[in-house]
Every structure is written in C-alpha cells, then in structure tokens.
Design a protein around this ligand. Structure first.
Ligand code: ATR
Length: 266
C-alpha cells in the first residue's frame, strides 16, 4: 500500500523495538480493510518518553500507538483518559489520539486478551478453581481479568511470596468478596493452572510448578510465547492435560487493540 499525504499514521513504542509484532499484524489489516493507514515502529527510550509523547500530541496525522515494554506504566500517567482496566492496572498498552480534540485515550487489553484467548479455545474460566504462578506485571492483568470473568477461587503462588501477597491484597481491594489467596506452586485439584512467570523462556529454567500430583483433568496455560511449547506445557501434555499456548493472549487481543484505535474491524 502506497503512503500518501493523506495516510493515517499509527505507531508502536518500545525499547528495544526490533522484536515488536505490531506493524506486521496491523499493516496487512489496514490493507485488507482498504484503509489508507500505516503502522510504524517508534524506538523511544524510557528517559525520552514524555518528550516523545509531547511531540505525538502535536502530530495531527497520528491516530494512536501501541505501548509495550518499558512504557506501559509511564504512559498511563501521560494519557488524558484511561479505561477501567488500565486504571486498575495503572498501565496502558494502547493509546488513541482523538482526531477531533487530540485527547489521548489509553486502554489496557492484556487481561481481556487472556480471557478471550481462553474462550476462543473453548476454555471457560467462570466457576473454575485456578492456580496462578507469578506476581509480576502480566500476573496483575490476569488476576484482575480472572476475577472479572467469575472464577470461583484464585490461588497465587510466587517465588517471592510477599509479591503474591501484595497482588492478592490488591485484587481483593478491586474485587471485594472475591476468593483470592496466596498458596504454593503445587499442582493438585485445580481446574486451571496458569504460568505467568518468566520461568520457561530458557530451556534450562526450573519448572515453576511442582507437577508430582498434576492431574489430566487440569488445563495448563503458559503465557510464554517463545518457545511455544515450554517445558511445563510439554510435561502437561504428556500427562494428558489440556494445554493452552501463550500466543492466544496476543492473537485475541489484536481485535480489541484495533477497535480501541478506531480501526473498523468486525
Ligand atoms: P512480566 O511483567 O512479564 O510479568 P515481571 O514483572 O518481571 O514480568 O515478573 C516476572 C515474574 O516471574 C515474577 O513473578 C517472578 O517472581 P519474583 O516475584 O520472585 O521475581 C517470576 N519469576 C522469574 N523467574 C522465575 C523463576 N526462575 N522461577 C519462578 N518464578 C520466576
């Protein structure tokens, strides 16, 4: 698609930037929809973010941008308005620049992408007993989304227990009455086990879960995308468990991000 003077510009901000998938996903979509639009990578460092955003505000042809590491938290404070999910997380992963008034509207679809990914794969979290491994940034988005999706009970296990406790307290604050507590990374009678830790990115990482009592009735989810089959997933599959891959979270988030950016996707 040729870029002209009328082309609407979208961006993605990150540091490092080389690995981002936004342009590869969005530009074919613009083409398919016959939109005169292009997504380009903006390599912005953490120290330059506020200056970059001040510049973005002044660019009339800029319609919005995706936000990835390390900018999700800092970008939250630079928006004029943020949706409920982003406000709970104090982090955004997409910003629309309103064409009429230039206001910056942030959103966060990490949690919704995770839940939609499960549902598209035929896994309904509502009413389930869930063990979540990890208490980092991704874990916050997923814990809140699981609470919103109506899981029966959430147990959070983390290498540093204090981080799991903070996440449990925060989740309870936003979802009073929700059954969430801290526990051990031990498989048992759970319906769903979700790994949000980075253990599994490297082939020699320790398993984030004690799998001795893992049952075939348990569905095991890993949000790690690369490798697609982590040691945990391989082991779970061998035990006869249903597994759910990391890429679903991003794939299912893509239409939500597009809609936030005003792309007329069905
Ligand atoms: P992200 O934003 O992608 O979730 P993060 O905030 O750095 O990443 O969180 C990483 C998570 O993986 C944390 O829960 C971390 O545990 P700690 O709180 O103890 O640091 C967890 N983690 C990282 N390496 C791990 C390992 N080898 N075994 C178990 N948990 C690990």
């Amino acid at each position: 698609m040729a870029i002209s003077g009328k082309t609407a510009v979208y961006g993605i901000i990150a540091d490092p930037i080389g690995h981002v998938r936004g342009p590869t996903l969005f530009n074919p979509l613009f083409e398919k929809l016959g939109m005169d639009a292009a997504m380009v990578p903006f390599h912005v460092t953490a120290t330059s973010l506020s200056r970059a955003v001040a510049g973005f505000r002044a660019i009339e042809s800029l319609r919005g941008w995706l936000v990835t590491n390390p900018h999700k938290f800092a970008m939250f404070h630079l928006c004029d308005q943020v949706d409920a999910s982003g406000t709970r997380l104090q982090a955004v992963n997409v910003v629309r620049r309103n064409t009429d008034d230039g206001r910056l509207i942030g959103g966060n679809y990490d949690g919704a992408g995770f839940i939609n990914g499960l549902r598209h794969d035929g896994i309904e979290p509502k009413g389930k007993d869930v063990l979540m491994l990890g208490a980092g940034g991704a874990a916050y988005a997923i814990a809140f989304a699981l609470a919103e999706a109506g899981v029966r009970r959430l147990t959070i296990a983390n290498r540093t227990r204090a981080n799991a406790e903070t996440l449990a307290v925060t989740t309870r604050k936003f979802f009073p009455g929700f059954d969430v507590d801290v526990g051990d990374a031990v498989a048992g009678d759970q319906d769903l086990i979700v790994n949000t830790t980075s253990a599994g990115l490297k082939s020699d990482d320790p398993l984030p879960l004690d799998v001795a009592a893992l049952k075939s009735a348990t569905t095991v989810v890993d949000i790690i995308m690369n490798p697609e089959m982590t040691r945990l997933l391989t082991l779970a599959k061998d035990r006869g468990c249903r597994i759910h891959l990391g890429r679903h979270m991003l794939d299912s988030q893509f239409p939500l991000l597009a809609r936030h950016l005003g792309v007329p996707i069905s």
